[in-house]
Design a protein around this ligand. Structure first.
Ligand code: AMP
Length: 590
């Protein structure tokens, strides 16, 4: 049977594992299996991993670290006289891991499962897929890192004979995965059982060990400025050296109460150099970085709220990522979760091992657990807004944290008579405004001639691989358009598959040209309510309608249960009808 390897493609370090005899085994690439996610150009040779890491401090301009932070962006990276996309650099790391795994284990690596932070956007997931493709690999699945970690923890418990592993009764039904790595922070809440269900996941793609290192670097730079009058803030060679020094100090502080930072020959501009000698206590370091730890705690609280759970309901707290070795992390979490179990499993290897288990499940080696995931972001549709202060809204169709695979539809309405088209723009993100979200695809739905307020049904589906499928339909006219935003084939992004069924009614092109605004779908209920409120006298009836409208808009924005939204919508519509009837009666009386 051809093996499917699991790869943790980390910001700072990467790791590759595979199932051997039903057990995940980390392949000892670069000795420990923890491979720095660094590339460095040495003459004509491209070094990757530990060798590149060793070179990066001395040759920062010829080296690239933390490329994961750029995934999904169009940033160009230069090494020597060539420029690269982030996917190219990640592909080099993937290729290196697979070549080394082949060299060590004797088996060619072709099929892989790659992990990403749960908080990664579709663009970042697609970019990771693309990196796999450029490395010549078949990416079977992209899975969330915390989900992989939980799979591994469960596997360890099950194989150690803990019968409660699967129902989670020893650790409670719910687990929280706290993953603080080199460059990203993720927190997820999982419901354990035959199916591992991700109830909530959130985090920060720009918070990790590098930020902690930078706090120490800033402290050292201050000392150099005071002592030698040198400003090294923009001097790359000095910064690269000091980052390595800071990281070593940080790691040492996980074991010791205090460290001496001693460094000589720190490069400075115009051929100068300088030294640093300072003591840093764990306490002082914890003070320097308290706000960073608290940022992670804010995310933890947010995830708890999203999962609608209290701390006492969390039975297990799983620590993932090298940074969780800092004593302050378990101590701080213990303050919230009390005596929740924090199993001692290597936080660096659990994600790749979990990915290898998922690889085994796909290839049919181990089918015990099935993963259930959630959408990491809200998927919404851009619509015309009548809020006054802005022109467009993002109306959620699939709210964040909805269990996937999922299909949801909402009805919108055209604005003008004989409207020729609606432009369906798919946005991803939590903002009520399009500007605060990411546009991930768009397609036009050409319309048959109809009166204004014609219903347009927009359906989104989201599958286990993060592929979004949109269907837009003009109700009653058989006009349809479809769009696939395919994370396996990023080049399909933005493309459209227009499936129109002519109804013979709309060949007349004489309808009035549409403005861009008229081309957007609109939430007609909101529009009507606002117009009605604007024309109403101050009083109880207006207050009632306004407060219901606010509730409706909040429900749309927060992406509550579809049933809730529909219920409020019905209430709003019937209240509006009452209002209109009353107005008409008043008119008649006059
Ligand atoms: P990861 O992305 O999970 O590989 O985590 C890498 C991060 O963990 C880097 O910022 C490392 O400096 C940090 N790290 C590794 N070991 C330790 C340790 N013992 N104490 C504190 N931080 C560590």
């Amino acid at each position: 049977m051809e093996k499917i390897y699991g790869i943790d493609l980390g910001t700072t370090n990467s790791c590759i594992s595979v199932l051997e005899g039903g057990k995940p085994v980390t392949i000892p690439v670069d000795g420990s299996g923890i491979v720095p996610s660094v590339v460095s150009l040495d003459g004509k040779n491209m070094l990757v991993g530990r060798k590149a890491w060793n070179r990066a401090a001395a040759f920062p301009r010829q080296s690239i670290r933390s490329v994961k932070r750029l995934m999904g962006t169009t940033e160009e990276l230069t090494l020597g006289d060539k420029s690269y996309e982030p996917e190219d650099i990640s592909a080099m790391i993937l290729r290196y891991l697979c070549d080394e795994a082949h060299r060590i284990g004797g088996h060619e690596v072709e099929r892989v499962v790659i992990t990403v932070p749960a908080y990664f956007s579709d663009a970042q997931r697609r970019s990771t897929m693309e990196a796999g493709k450029r490395a010549g690999l078949t990416v079977e699945r992209i899975i969330n890192e915390p989900t992989a970690a939980a799979l591994f923890y469960d596997h360890v418990r099950a194989s150690s004979g803990d019968a409660s592993a699967k129902d989670g009764s020893a650790g409670g039904r719910y687990s929280l995965v706290y993953d603080l790595g080199g460059g990203t922070f993720d927190v997820s809440i999982l419901q354990m059982g035959d199916i591992i269900e991700v109830l909530a996941s959130t985090g920060d793609t720009h918070l990790g060990g590098d930020d902690f290192d930078n706090r120490i670097v800033t402290r050292i730079l201050e000392q150099i400025r005071e002592k030698d009058g040198l400003n090294l803030e923009d001097h790359l060679p000095a910064l690269a050296r000091l980052r390595a020094v800071a990281e070593n100090a940080k790691i040492a502080l996980s074991r010791k109460a205090s460290v001496w930072i001693e460094e000589t020959h720190i490069p400075a501009p115009r051929g100068k150099n300088c030294t640093v000698s300072m003591e840093l206590s764990r306490e002082a370091f914890e003070d320097l970085t308290e706000d960073l730890v608290e940022r992670t705690i804010t995310s933890v609280e947010q995830a708890m709220q999203e999962a609608r759970l209290a701390p006492g309901q969390i039975g297990r707290v799983l620590l993932v990522g090298g940074m969780t070795r800092m004593p302050i992390i378990p101590a701080r979490l213990e303050k919230i979760f009390g005596a929740a179990q924090m199993p001692a499993v290597d936080p660096d290897l659990s994600v790749a091992n979990g990915a290898a288990i998922q690889g085994g499940i796909i290839s049919g080696e181990n089918c015990e657990q099935i993963l259930v995931d959630v959408t990491p972001h809200t998927l919404s549709l851009k619509t015309l807004s009548y809020a006054g202060e802005r022109l467009f809204d993002c109306v959620p169709i699939i709210p964040r944290n909805t269990q996937i695979p999922v299909t949801r539809a909402r009805t919108f309405h055209t604005v003008v008579r004989h409207q020729e088209l609606v432009q369906l723009q798919v946005y991803q993100g939590e903002s009520p405004e399009p500007e605060g979200n990411t546009l991930i695809g768009m397609t036009d739905l050409k319309l048959a001639k109809a009166e204004a307020n014609c219903p347009i049904i927009v359906e989104y589906s989201y599958d286990l691989n993060g592929i979004v499928h949109l269907v837009g339909e003009q109700k009653g006219y058989s006009r349809k358009t479809e769009l696939r935003i395919d994370s396996r084939n990023p080049e399909l992004f933005g493309s459209q598959d227009l499936t129109e069924i002519e109804d013979g009614e709309d060949e007349d092109e004489s309808a009035e040209g549409n403005s861009e605004d008229a081309g957007s779908a609109v939430n007609f209920v909101t529009q009507r309510a606002r117009t009605l409120i604007a024309g109403m006298e101050a009083g109880e009836a207006r207050d009632l309608l306004s407060s219901l409208l606010v509730r409706y808009e909040e429900a749309l924005r927060d992406g509550g249960d579809e049933g809730d939204v529909d219920e409020i919508e019905d209430e709003l519509l019937s209240l509006m009808e009452d209002g209109v009837e009353e107005d008409e009666e008043d008119d008649e009386e006059e």
